[in-house]
Design a protein around this ligand. Structure first.
Ligand code: CTP
Length: 426
């Protein structure tokens, strides 16, 4: 099988050293990596380091006669399956958004017909600046995947969002982008490019301009400082849906219960622990074009949370555990004045799947229930067999990997939202 080829453009910034580690991770995973170093990037890492790690020639200069003869810059930009910009400085993002091509890196970015993923790194003020916000929005609208930078202390001593995501997170974003990208094709020989699907970035973003809210994972309901009520939800399906929604161009807010999963690229994530916290974050996120409530919200919480660990008193008596009902988040936003135009619930059922889903659809007041048949494969697996139950009928899908369920669901949502105007924005 052809190994995926990555064209890695390294911008100038202190975070450039992390791209060295990224090259190592990509090579370890079997990717073919070709590096392009900007003039500013050369101040931070050397072409020799990158050449040694990538085991490939490193390109730095637009007008290099020898390079042009060996491989022209247009071919260089087309030869990859994915173009990755890491670190993507504020300056590089601005040039990409404006279509400026004044050096090799920006020329390749303008000439490419391949998906582009950018991992930003800059000072927090630069990241939050209106100009950068505009450029990032433009790029996302054009089909570029712009990751959210990490938050933390910066090399300049300030604190906030702007740090380059960790190499492992960039690698995960690359894996996800390649899963969505056209399949690699042979690049040499007659007709090498025949059969290569036309890459029209904007067309692959059917949810651009839409705001989508997703809940995922379990909730934990504390009993005392060390114990809680929980369920077996892994959060994988909800996170896959958030990733697919972001890849489809939507602005995605993910309200996540306690799970050990990385944030998908381009997704804004808010972590919560309890159903009550989840309900508050969901309400704060409205209005949205669509809400997909994938979380397995605990139905009950402890009526009183003990301030201290509950101890055995030696009598053999078990402590009483009074429960209180949690808010039904889905049912209450269905009733709210800000009800999303498309409201989708999930239901894991072990028997009479469709009948239960139809009853739940009516009871919750949502538009679709994605009914998940968990009789054969309980929570936590890698695949799902779902039926989309709505007033219009039942759409039953084969058992699919969770990522495929997510992508297919996004297509269905995009078709549905196409019939409606986007939300009015402030
Ligand atoms: N849900 C919610 N808030 C709750 C319970 C459930 O928002 N307190 C949402 C879930 O996110 C899911 C849908 O409602 O989208 C159905 O969840 P489920 O647990 O199947 O619903 P229940 O009403 O608890 O039904 P059951 O009696 O089958 O447990």
């Amino acid at each position: 099988m052809t190994k995926p080829r990555i064209l890695l453009i390294i911008g100038g910034g202190i975070a450039a050293y992390k791209s060295v580690e990224l090259v190592r991770l990509l090579r370890k995973a079997g990717y073919v990596v070709r590096c392009v170093l900007t003039r500013a990037g050369k101040q931070f890492v050397t072409p020799l380091t990158l050449a040694a790690l990538s085991e490939n020639k490193v390109y730095t200069n637009l007008f290099d006669l020898k390079d042009e003869v060996e491989m022209g810059h247009i071919q260089l930009s087309r030869e990859a399956d994915l173009v990755v910009v890491a670190p993507a400085t504020a300056d590089l993002l601005a040039k990409m958004a404006a279509g400026i091509a004044d050096d090799l890196a920006t020329t390749l970015l303008l000439a490419t017909d391949k998906p582009v993923l950018a991992a930003p790194a800059m000072n927090v003020r630069m990241w939050l600046h209106a100009a950068t916000r505009r450029n990032v929005a433009t790029l996302r609208g054009d089909g570029v995947t712009v990751m959210e930078p990490d938050e933390g202390e910066m090399a300049c001593g300030e604190y906030g969002p702007g740090r380059l995501p960790e190499p492992a997170a960039i690698k995960a974003a690359i894996d996800a982008a390649l899963a969505d990208a056209p399949a690699p094709v042979a690049l040499t020989g007659p007709g090498a490019l025949a059969g290569q699907p036309d890459f029209a970035p904007a067309n692959r973003r059917p949810l651009y301009g839409r705001r989508i809210l997703i809940t995922a994972g379990p909730t934990h309901e504390p009993i005392d400082p060390v114990r809680y009520i929980a369920n077996r939800s892994s959060g994988k399906q909800g996170f896959a849906i958030a990733a697919a929604a972001a890849a489809a161009g939507a602005e995605v807010l993910l309200v996540a219960g306690p799970v050990a999963l990385p944030t998908p690229p381009g997704v804004i994530r808010v972590d919560v622990e309890t159903a009550v916290e989840m309900a508050a974050e969901v309400e704060a996120a409205l209005p949205v074009d669509a809400a997909i409530m994938v979380a397995a919200v605990a139905d009950w919480r402890a009526a009183d949370t003990a301030a201290q660990k509950i101890k055995k008193d030696g009598s053999g008596q078990v402590p009483p555990l009074a429960l209180a009902e949690n808010p039904d988040i889905l049912a209450s936003i269905a009733q709210s004045a800000q009800r999303p135009p498309l409201l989708i619930g999930f239901a894991a059922e072990t028997n009479d799947v469709i009948a239960h889903a139809q009853a739940k659809l009516a009871r919750k007041g949502c538009d679709w229930i994605v009914a998940n048949d968990v009789a054969a494969d309980p929570m936590g697996g890698e695949s799902n067999r779902v039926h989309i139950v709505s007033k219009a009928g039942v759409d039953s899908w084969d058992r699919l990997p969770k990522q495929a369920v997510a992508r297919q669901l996004m297509e269905k949502i995009a078709d549905e939202l196409d019939t409606r105007a986007p939300l009015e924005r402030d």
